[in-house]
Design a binder for this molecule. Structure first.
Ligand SMILES: [Zn+2]
Length: 83
């Protein structure tokens, strides 16, 4: 499965958060690594979009679009701060 980076889900994140989030700072709840969302590892062919930590590989976000509703599981994040 080919991974892309967080820039690939910029539009999806705008739909979820209502603002540009690729420059937001994310903190992994598993290893504590912090980096901009643009640098996270994104898998788009999973059921929904899976965003993983580039340091430890833990799942940080799962985003599923169903009809006009987007479900967002952010439980893998310790923090997500707008730029
Ligand atoms: Zn991590």
């Amino acid at each position: 499965m080919d991974a892309v980076d967080g820039n690939a889900i910029g539009a999806l994140l705008i739909d979820v958060f209502g603002t540009e989030m690729t420059a937001a700072s994310s903190t992994c709840a598993t290893c504590g690594a912090s980096r901009p969302v643009a640098e996270l590892v994104v898998f788009r062919r999973a059921p929904g979009t899976v965003v993983r930590c580039r340091t430890c590989g833990s799942v940080l976000m799962v985003l599923v679009r169903r009809m006009d509703v987007i479900s967002a599981d952010l439980s893998g994040l310790a923090d997500l701060s707008p730029p």
